[in-house]
Design a binder for this molecule. Sequence first.
Ligand SMILES: C[S@@+](CC[C@H](N)C(=O)[O-])C[C@H]1O[C@@H](n2cnc3c(N)ncnc32)[C@H](O)[C@@H]1O
Length: 387
Amino acid sequence: MVSMVSANYHQNQFEQVSSRLINKLLFDLMPLGADEIEQIERDDDLYAVALHARSPAFLTHLCDLYDVKPDLLEQILEYDLPGWAVSIKNRRMVARVISLRERVAERLAVWQRNRHAFLRVLEHFDLPRDGFFDVGCALGLAMLAGAEAGFRRVEGVELKSGFVKFADGLRDVACDSFGSSFDYHVGDFNDLDLGDRRFDLVMCVDVLEHTPDLDATIRKMLEICSQQAVVYIYQGNGRSLPMVQNEPHYRLPALTILPQALAVEVLQGFGKVDAPEDYIVRQWPTLDYLEGQASRDFELQFVGGDTNLRNGIKYPVAADREKLQRNCEKMIHEKLYPSLATPLREEVKRHVDRYFREVEADAHEMDTTTFERVYLQSCWNLAYVRG
Ligand SMILES: C[S@@+](CC[C@H](N)C(=O)[O-])C[C@H]1O[C@@H](n2cnc3c(N)ncnc32)[C@H](O)[C@@H]1O
């Protein structure tokens, strides 16, 4: 009798241990339930364990969620896990990304959104599928999407050299699976010699705020277009209320409406950048500016109508303005001002107050569509199209 009790007790304990989520992940013990997947998605440590252990159920879930093929996901993990290991071993917190979970989830979400936008652009414009060029191509994932979509030649350029090894892996997939040529260049797009090669789709996603010479970048994108080409640009709008509420690189309010030196001072105060040269934003192009850059041969069009083409979410409308403005002001008062010393706060406040005065004035003066584009849409889906 005594030994039965003890056997049951041990059995129960064993059951508890073996059903604990961390053991399930480490030893792939049994299928994961939907609630368990949700739990992993919210928890930095479980997420790291799931990826490190290559939990089949969790990886399958990620492939389905982000529409990514297992071998591409594996390539991303082979790239991101060692990078993360170096960060934590050196106890070096990356200012803009807080955890491995955020890093991988963000990367997969970018892949999914870029691919989505890319395919919608191809539906929208009937383009020849000879050459595709991606400006600021980072890992080269959009180039792979170009090969998958049937472009015979795909090229891209990236300022930073750290992604080359990853892109090498993509080159094999692009050439073997889709038969496309795949040229990944490292350097500044503006200095790149493309000879007389021309492209039917030139793409530029989340790049223009970083490029060292904005005028030259846009000029060159138009120059490398074939006769029927379009340039697709996905661009954050630094003067929009959502972006002023939360700048996407540093996750602080108001940065996008401050002069660069002042933004750097604020970021240094928050310990988010060490020196001015670490600040990765050069400028936030305005809509007026982008419209003004269309040369004689091109006009600037909005693509996607009232939804953000890249994530499928409806843009806010004029009726949302007051609420967005209140949220934005609240965030600045709660998250920014209390951490700034008085002289810096006063200077920042002058810029913030001027911005809100301009919002108020333009809400009455601009036509609704223009006002929504200038102040409510956090990102634009744009295309330079031959007129
Ligand atoms: C925010 S990332 C976006 C990457 C990619 N387009 C995407 O959607 O995932 C911007 C990238 O553009 C690159 N970049 C910016 N200006 C560039 C230029 N003039 N030439 C080449 N790369 C550039 C940066 O180094 C950075 O990796």
